[in-house]
Structure formats: structure tokens, C-alpha cells
Design a protein around this ligand. Sequence first.
Ligand code: NAD
Length: 363
Amino acid sequence: MLIIDPRMVATGVNVSIKVAVNGYGTIGKRVADAVSAQKDMTLVGVAKVQPTFEAQLAVKKGYKLFVAGNGKREDFAAAGVHLSGTLEDLLREADVVIDCTPEKVGAVNKELYDKVGIRAIWQGGEKSTIAEHSFSAMANYATCVGAKRLRVVSCNTTGLARAGALLTQHYGVERWETTLIRRAADPGESKKGPINGILPTMKLPSHHGPDVQTVLPGLNITTAAVVVPTTLMHVHFNHVTLQRPPSGVGAVHSLLSGEPRFVLFAGTAGVEGTPQVMEWARDRGGSRSDVMENVLWENGIKLDGRELYFFQAIHQESIVVPENIDAVRAAFSLETDSLRSMALTNSSLGLTAGATRAPRPSG
Ligand code: NAD
């Protein structure tokens, strides 16, 4: 296990945290690529249960692949997919594991992580009690510095926490209400629905508000959710009563345009909704056409005194990726300042301020 002496970091001694990724699906494969792009982290390997196309592509990329859960070595051998060992072997090589297994499986894995004595970062599908703190970089980075166990909050919560942190910092928030229009499934999934219907989540308020409060405890937020038949993105409608009124809606536009984890589309951009956001993402280039930023529209923001109304879209497959990288830096105290960690992460992932930007590097 690597013990980081803060003096090593302070004196500029090169530190590289060895990161394992357990669960190589929607989130795991993106987190693995992002870890590989960091100068202060090394991806030691990824773990997968079955020798699917994703396992094959991981090996082709040069990632060491390990078998996890109830996966069988002989299945990988039969598929011609090279294994470097078991999940336990991987954990013994790493300083931290980022668990990207399906929800509730991460909780089962905790026993093994405890046995090996490895630090762990879980995703939003797990209960908040699994970790010392839930994490969202713009909201509570400082609280999480040095923590051995963190949970990066879910995609919707990350989107709300980023916006919540920004507006709280600049204007203060008296009250916040959100309706979440949730995508039914990820694009690669074929077993989830609905395929024709709109499903209100009958738990009122929905769990998202309390989840945001795990990273922004003082935010007075209430949420409700409906699920709709789309795979592209979630959309939130927000009504926020601010404590101090912005000077005008232009000030809100400027604030958002200056933040690398937000994209603001001008009315002239021709972006009517999530189909054009994803088309824009495909056109700008970059790995998997991901949109790791909160997406807002100038025309979708209305200010009336202290009352702020806005839509935002959230690319569920990728928005939590930068936060997982920042969580590693916070856990190992590589950066004690959230802005410095986010700057490193943003630059490595091609996230820059301003709605119009250069194409992202691929990979
Ligand atoms: P996923 O199903 O796409 O990927 C999970 C991967 O883990 C799959 O490859 C699966 O085969 C593998 N797996 C299953 N059991 C395993 C085990 N015992 N050991 C190792 N690997 C195992 O799931 P996902 O969408 O990537 O979600 C992962 C986590 O991220 C969940 O907590 C989820 O709630 C959270 N999350 C998902 C999204 C999203 O929209 N997809 C967004 C934010 C957070």
C-alpha cells in the first residue's frame, strides 16, 4: 500500500497513484481511460466478470485484465481473452480501487476491499453509508481530503451538486426545486424500459434531493422525477430562489460560460434539445462523444429578481468521470485545493471554459 507523505507532494516529488478499476461497463471503461490520461495516476488494470467485447477491447488497448466476481477463467480462455489474474491479484497491486460495478454489487465487494486493506471509491448506485463521505468536486472536495473511502454521487446528483455549489457560492440559495426527466436506459442497454410511456416516480420527493444534501448539506432542495423513453441524456427543470439577485441574466450566462464543467449554448447554436447536444458532441470529436459537462441553454434560463429558472441536460454515461479522478486526488491528498485538482482533471480530459471550444483529444 502506498503511504503518501504530504511533503512528497509539496516538494514536487513525482507521485503516481496505482489505480484499479473493478467493473468495466458504462462508467468503468470511461473512468479507466480518464485514469490513464492523468500524470499523477497509473491504471494498473481493470476487472471484468465475462469476456465480452469490452473485455476484448480493454486488452487490445493494453489494459491488464483481471477476472472478478463469479467470472470463470476458462470462459476467458475459450474466448481467447488474456487474463493477468484475479480481482484479488489486481487489488494487491493497487493503492486504490474505483468500484464501477452495478448498483449494490459494490457493497458486496466492500468485504474483499476490507480484507485486502485497499482504499476504495464507489459510485452513486451504492448507499451513502458505504463510505466516509459522498463526493462531488465542486461541492465538498475539502471535506474529502485524506478520506480512505469515498462515494462519487450519481449522474443526476453530480449535475445538481455542480449547479448547486456554483449558485450557492455566487448568489446564495434560499430554496431549490427540481423536476428530473430521466432517461430510461443507457444506449448500450436493451432490457430496460419503458419503451412507450412516461413513468412518474411515486416516491415524493424523490431520493435525488437528499442525495444532493450528502455533498451540499445546507442546500434546501426538493426533487421529483419521471422516467421517459430515451437513452441520450437526463434533463432537469430547476426553479431556484436565490438569496441575492444577479445583476441580470447576462451575469448568469457569464458565470456559466466561465466554468469548464458547464457548456452554455447560445440561442443561435440550433441546439433544441438532447438530440442536437449529442450531435454536437459527435461533431466536436473526443472519446465516445462524451459530454462530461452540465449542458445549459441561454434561452433556457430565465431570471425574475431572485427567482432563477433553468433547464440543464446531463449525459449520464460520462458526467461522473471527472469527479472520480478528483476523488482519487482528494483521497490521497495529492491536491488539497479543489480548484487545482479540477484544473488538472479538466485539462487532461479536454474540458475548457466557454461554449465554443476546440475539439477534444481522443482517448
Ligand atoms: P454497467 O452495468 O454498465 O457496468 C457494470 C459492469 O460491472 C459490467 O461490465 C458488469 O459486467 C460488471 N460486473 C457485474 N458484476 C460484477 C462483479 N461482481 N465484479 C466486477 N464487475 C462486475 O453499470 P454502470 O452504468 O457503469 O454503473 C456502475 C455504477 O455507476 C453504478 O453504481 C451506477 O449506479 C453508477 N452510475 C451509473 C450511471 C449511468 O447512467 N450508467 C451514471 C452515474 C453513476
